[in-house]
Design a protein around this ligand. Sequence first.
Ligand SMILES: [Mg+2]
Length: 183
Amino acid sequence: MKKILYIDLDNTLVNVQSGIDRLTNAEYRRYEKRLDEVPGIFARMEPISGAIAAFQTLAQSFDTYILSMAPWGNASAWQHKLEWVQEHLGAGTNGPAYKRLILSHHKHLNRGDFLVDDGSAVGADRFEGELIKFLTPKFPDWNTVTRYLLERADTPPGPVPRTKQKSRSLRSIGLQAVTCPAR
Ligand SMILES: [Mg+2]
């Protein structure tokens, strides 16, 4: 079974500053100190460098979910977070984040093995698994995080041929693998 991995959105997958940079002067003045409440701000944000490729890679080896908080005072952020995920990770059933977006103010209630998050608010610091603190000296970027996580995955990346899996599990319980002719 794959280990459960949660990944935060803001400043982990999403470059929040890129949305702030696109605000008009009037918006900036009106919402100063509560910029996450600007209507539509999340729709203007770009992914963090390497985040999309990392998510796609990690989703092959982990049971991967997005776990993010959306501001209570900005209803459009709830919609725009979903739209951001659909735009950058795909909206269809084949997308690695299909129906895997969790918006919560209580991250500690989600059980799992790893949480990649730049912050410790809304329960991240009480997460029962390992908190991988993004944008810190130990985990400064997605290359570092991806390497660290893949070393701890139960499932290697990429498809494993069925016959190989079978003979490995037989050997592991002390039985000899029997190869059946293809039909
Ligand atoms: Mg964050």
